[in-house]
Design a protein around this ligand. Structure first.
Ligand code: PLP
Length: 403
């Protein structure tokens, strides 16, 4: 067979379709010379909130910052515990540790790859302040059960929706069910920037106010509002009358909280604004491709000892990744590589076994399902522009794998 050249994610294919639309927009931002906190960011935040049907969308520098700022806005820090999954990208646990809190891991389900809700309650202690479920690979966590537990114990839910933009749980968009949620616009995400970007969303006015302040040095009107809220102070807010951020604005130099410099820039916001219009179409294509993969690979599941991804009927899985869980992972990856098909390993080391989390005291065997998956899972090519021919070629190659 002729060697193929099929990437895991093909951003060039996307560029061929919308590249000139993006370049025109970038050019117009360049000529405006307004690069930070201008009209593109404002418009994207409004459109993003509308897309999700959520009250507040606060853009920031990346998904990791979104998680950190959301945790800080909830007052989570030293001495607190946050329950999350060990089978995720490092930033999930990192954000919790970064604010000084302790990540408390709970094992995942073997079918959905997401946090096992039946095991959450056993991990709750008086120090637990929040649950951070991750909608991994685009598949929703069991949010009804998670919200019921959170309500019972009076704790927050921070959805890590970084991989699940456009996904749904019982007809409701992911990121709108918890108290606050975070998104990443890393270029390979379903909605990706040409660089880094992130978003915090919430229906809670108070959380939104503090997030807005924390993302920009706790300064100006937002900083004062947030500081007043946090300290129970009622005093007149000095209103920022300045719409044009390029003009000298003295209020910017009055700071009320220790925050961050974590802003989505105008060029990224402009790019994301264009891509948001295509998101539903792209997600629909991903779902179509996933269904086609499943149809083509189903006959080989048992013989070749791999398991295909599953999602429940009440969930709209948006297939950020299409993940196989294979007994002979390394050999299958090698076989695909030799035939010119790229794969990606997600995630080879569960968080409880990461060196950076050694001081938490976990050991191998603590989370058997996460460890089992980490040894077996990998992604095969998935992107909206993937063609049926490419998919048939990939599946043909997999079908020729010899145990
Ligand atoms: C589940 C999850 N959480 C958090 C992040 C962090 O996002 P970013 O890379 O934009 O900081 C990512 C992105 O890779 C992610 O996949």
């Amino acid at each position: 067979m002729i060697k193929k050249n099929i990437p895991l994610i093909d951003l060039k294919a996307q560029n061929k379709i919308i590249g000139s639309e993006l370049l025109n927009k970038i050019e117009s931002v360049m000529s405006s010379t307004q690069f930070i906190m201008g009209p593109e960011v404002k418009a994207f935040e409004t459109n993003f909130a509308q897309y999700l049907d959520v009250k507040h969308a606060i853009s920031c520098g990346n998904g990791t910052d979104a998680l950190i700022i959301a945790l800080e806005a909830l007052g989570i820090g030293e001495g607190d515990e946050v329950i999350t999954t060990p089978y995720t990208f490092f930033a999930t646990g990192e954000s919790i540790a970064y604010v000084g809190a302790t990540p408390v891991f709970v094992d995942v389900e073997v079918d959905s790859f997401n946090i096992d809700v039946t095991k959450i309650e056993a991990a709750i202690t008086p120090k637990t302040k929040a649950i951070m479920p991750v909608h991994l690979f685009g598949n929703a966590c069991e949010m009804d059960a998670i919200m019921a537990i959170a309500q019972r114990y009076g704790i927050y839910v921070i959805e890590d929706a970084c991989q699940a933009i456009g996904g749904e749980y019982k007809g409701v968009k992911l990121g709108t069910i918890g108290h606050v949620a975070c998104f990443s616009f890393f270029p390979t995400k379903n909605l990706g920037a040409a660089g880094d970007g992130g978003m915090i969303v919430t229906n809670d006015e108070r959380i939104a106010t503090v997030c807005k302040a924390l993302k920009a040095h706790g300064s100006g009107e937002n900083g004062q509002k947030a500081s007043n809220l946090l300290n129970g102070v009622t005093e007149d807010i000095v209103v920022d009358q300045n719409e044009d951020n390029t003009v000298y604005n003295p209020l910017k130099y009055y700071n009320y909280l220790i925050g961050h410099n974590s802003r989505l820039d105008e060029i990224q916001a402009a790019i994301l604004g264009i891509k948001l219009k295509y998101l539903d179409e792209w997600n629909a294509l991903r779902i179509e491709h996933a269904e086609f993969y499943t149809k083509l690979l189903n006959p080989y599941e048992q013989a070749l000892q791999f398991v295909l991804p599953k999602s429940a009927p009440h969930i709209k899985h948006v297939y950020h990744m299409y993940i196989l869980s294979a007994e002979h992972k390394d050999a299958l990856i090698q076989h695909l590589k030799e035939s010119g098909v790229s794969t990606g390993i997600y995630y080879p080391v569960p968080l409880h076994l990461q060196k950076a989390f050694m001081k938490l005291g976990y050991k191998k065997g603590d989370f058997p399902v996460a460890e089992y998956l980490s040894e077996r899972t990998f992604a095969i090519p998935m992107y909206a522009e993937l063609t049926p021919t490419q998919q048939m070629e990939i599946c043909e190659i997999i079908s020729q794998f010899k145990l």
